[in-house]
Design a protein around this ligand. Structure first.
Ligand code: SF4
Length: 435
């Protein structure tokens, strides 16, 4: 979502004459768009500012705005800790950035804009055309969260759940497609809680997917991140009927123990989670799953941890994010876990070993087989192209022809930890529409 927000911030400041530069030392204005999910992210912000100060030691100081969830959470404290910052802008206030920049240009100091003005934000953004021209584009449909998992900062930094209007989303999707998008990933902190009430009816995520599935030029649809509690029957049905909806779902579970899920306030049991997986598999037999795991959550016993490993082996998640529990300020979860850090780290290593074995097994299954790849870009300084298959595997293929935005069947002949490698089977047979 931060990548989507960063693109939209760029759309907002372009009319003021600002352009994006990769050469950091020539920038007049820095916008550090931050994430607050992990503690390290906050440290990284101050580290980046330190680097910036060194870089500009003998030059005119650039304007510096810190945006995103660290800005929201740290707020005024950021100005106390780092005098170099000119403005702090929360994730629901970034539509105000052009005005904030103007005010700073006119000499105003230390602007703090951290209100939850999400409706106003999208009203403003709807008036600004998206210039994003990526083959695979993000589209925010929902923001915020009402779930209040005990370990998570999102409800405090992004605010309560808010769903954008159905028509606005479809209109932005059409804009992205006109800009060249072939794949759209619908985004939300709780994307499947999407719930928009027009004067005549209620629209849910499944309705959006069905509508996008009918857009001829669009080839692939994905959505992330989902909460198990909001996997509704119509959404499961969409996995059956919408052929452009890709057969991989990131469905965070965090732990394989119902006791720990309860302690985390996840609002579902492990049996319920498993039932959702079974129903999705019935709807789309080739569907695969990825997930998030927290290891060493307060109260996690060896037995609870074994349940997590059992779940991983049973579902065979092909790609996951896993971390040792780290308390976030302002959340209800205990500040110190009663699980010894050494034990928690050992559990994490074990869990990642199990996940990796499954990942390698899954990659091996692709060897010498065909997989449908949508190519996104050329790899710098090489005659190689990067694309993804339906399951989000990264695929690298050598080609003297430009493959960007094209879809081919690729025969996989090798793989490493991160990528699958292969060759185009028939370069004349570009896949124009999904079967
Ligand atoms: S559902 Fe997701 S975003 Fe919401 S509180 Fe839980 S972990 Fe955070």
């Amino acid at each position: 979502m931060n990548r989507y927000d960063s693109n939209r911030i760029l759309d907002l400041v372009k009319p003021m004459g600002y352009i994006f530069t990769k050469n950091s030392s020539e920038a007049d204005c820095y916008i550090l768009n931050t994430c607050h999910i992990r503690e390290k992210a906050t440290d990284k912000v101050y580290h980046d500012i330190g680097r910036l100060k060194k870089e500009f030691r003998n030059k005119k100081k650039p304007m510096l705005l810190v945006t995103g969830c660290v800005a929201q959470a740290e707020n005024q404290e950021m100005f106390n800790r780092e005098k170099y910052i000119d403005g702090v802008v929360g994730p629901q206030s970034y539509h105000q950035i052009p005005d904030i920049i103007k005010e700073i240009e006119y000499g105003k100091k230390k602007i703090n804009s951290t209100e939850f003005e999400v409706i106003e934000k999208f009203d403003s953004l709807n008036l600004v055309k998206s210039s994003n021209s990526k083959i695979s584009s993000f589209l925010t449909i929902q923001e915020g969260c009402d779930k209040f998992c005990h370990f998570c900062v999102v409800p405090y930094t992004r605010g309560p759940e808010y769903s954008r209007s159905f028509d606005e989303i479809i209109s932005e999707a059409k804009q992205l497609i006109a800009n060249g998008a072939k794949e759209i990933t619908l985004l939300g902190q709780n994307v499947n809680a999407y719930h928009y009430e027009s004067k005549t009816r209620t629209f849910r995520l499944a309705d959006l997917i069905i509508q996008l599935n009918n857009l001829k030029e669009l080839k692939r649809i994905r959505y992330t991140t989902s909460h198990p509690k909001d996997v509704t029957e119509d959404l499961i049905e969409a996995h059956k009927t919408c052929e452009k909806l890709m057969p991989i779902l990131h469905l965070p579970v965090q732990s394989g123990s119902s006791k720990i899920l309860k302690a985390m306030n996840r609002k579902h049991s492990i049996e319920e989670y498993f039932e959702i997986i079974v129903n999705l598999k019935k709807a789309r037999p080739n569907i695969k799953f990825s997930s998030d795991f927290i290891v060493g959550y307060p109260g996690e016993t060896e037995n609870d941890f074994q349940h997590t490993l059992d779940l991983i082996r049973k579902i065979e998640f092909i790609n996951s994010y896993s971390f040792v529990y780290s308390p976030r300020p302002g959340t209800p979860a205990p500040k110190i876990s009663n699980v010894d850090l050494v034990i928690a780290k050992k559990r994490l290593v074990k869990l990642q070993e199990v996940l990796e074995k499954i990942q390698i097994k899954s990659k091996k299954e692709f060897l010498h087989k065909l997989t449908e790849v949508l190519f996104e870009n050329k790899i710098k300084n090489h005659n190689k192209y990067f694309g993804r298959d339906k399951f989000l595997n990264s695929i690298i293929v050598e080609s003297s022809k430009d493959l960007t935005g094209k879809m081919f069947n690729i025969k996989i002949d090798d793989f490493n930890h991160n990528n699958l490698f292969g060759k185009i089977v028939d370069s004349k047979k570009e896949i124009s529409l999904l079967k």
